[in-house]
Design a protein around this ligand. Structure first.
Ligand code: TXA
Ligand code: MG
Length: 314
């Protein structure tokens, strides 16, 4: 990454432009978070409903007070443990924060991403960068710069190159704005890890949760229909299948699949997550009738992957 590109990105952000930037989770579609006109462009480019709040990315913990008020001790504990990293904290918003960022809610999502390009832009820019994932609403988040161009093309002023995202699925979202901390979206930082830092149990499913597009049933989905098949049923299910050229299988286990297009995924949840959106995006280009996915194990370390597969299959 050239110093030039960082400077160009910062100038564009200051001028109210849209800059797609790599983070360790997925690519984000960034705009100056303090410029409501710029943030409005994000909604247009993504075709995203205006009541869906957007995460503000910052460079330093000290910037939290620019966006949030009454920040609880728990937020600082989690920030110290996991930032920069794939964790978003939902906090009570500071009074002056624009309602366009918060989808008219009283809360704000904050995160320090762990990617050298994102951090360089954030540091040089100095302010908060509003950035949802750089995909059209409801689609799979991009994990490469090429995927951003496919998703948003000319709607972005600049796409910063930052390689393939290391984590590959979106950040864990923890809501600290209510009585009890709650996970709103699982990610690679697991609920167990968060509980260990907080020394307190999390509400795993929150009733009356704030509106989170990631919490819509069908989301993070390829265009090709996705069918999630329990691992124990996969072999029998495939025996009954003909027209093997019309589908592909995303699998964890080894099996004999004559003539079938099988993508064998890593057995490690981190590596699986790293590959998942990339694999789905590539399969989506093949004009298949169906993508069959073998279900993943039950453990908490698979929560993020399981969540994205369920949504893709809805
Ligand atoms: O890993 C990530 O979080 C990526 C990278 C780019 O940082 N960003 C991302 O943003 O996934 P987005 O907008 O695609 O998903 C963020 C989720 C959305 O479901 C949004 O509704 C939720 O966070 N969110 C943002 N602010 C919120 C708030 N104040 N209260 C509740 N949910 C919020
Ligand atoms: Mg998204």
């Amino acid at each position: 990454m050239q110093k030039n590109d960082i400077t160009k990105a910062v100038l564009l952000l200051r001028a109210g432009g849209l800059v797609a930037l790599p983070t360790e989770t997925v690519y984000g579609l960034g705009a100056d978070a303090s410029n409501p006109e710029a943030v409005r462009k994000i909604f247009l480019a993504k075709q995203r409903p205006s009541d869906h709040p957007i995460i503000v990315h910052i460079a330093h913990v000290s910037q939290m007070t620019d966006w949030a008020r009454d920040i609880p001790e728990q937020a600082l504990l989690l920030a110290r443990a996991f930032w920069p990293g794939p964790l978003t904290l939902i906090l009570k918003k500071a009074p002056e924060v624009s309602s366009i960022l918060t989808g008219n809610q009283e809360t704000i999502g904050l995160r320090i991403p762990n990617h050298p390009v994102a951090l360089a832009v954030l540091k040089e820019f100095g302010g908060g960068i509003a950035a949802p994932s750089a995909n059209r609403f409801g689609r799979i988040s991009p994990t490469t710069a090429a995927a951003v161009r496919e998703e948003l093309g000319g709607a972005v002023d600049l796409v910063l190159e930052g390689g393939q995202c290391e984590v590959g699925v979106e950040s864990t979202i923890v809501d600290l704005s209510g009585e009890c901390p709650a996970v709103l979206r699982p990610g690679m930082i697991t609920a167990d890890q968060i509980e260990a830092v907080l020394e307190q149990p999390l509400l795993r499913k929150k009733k009356n949760a704030p509106r989170v597009p990631g919490a819509l049933e069908s989301h993070y989905a390829p265009v090709t229909p996705v069918h999630l098949i329990p691992a124990v049923q996969l072999k029998v299910f495939l025996q009954s299948r003909t027209e093997v050229e019309t589908f592909a299988i995303i699998a964890l286990s080894e099996f004999n699949a004559e003539g079938m297009n099988v993508i064998k995924m890593p057995r490690n949840p981190q590596w699986y997550a790293h590959d998942l959106y990339y694999v789905m995006r590539e399969l989506d280009k093949k004009g298949l009738k169906e993508i069959i996915v073998e279900s993943v194990p039950d453990g908490v370390e698979w929560d993020a992957v399981r969540d994205r597969l369920l949504r893709a299959a809805t």
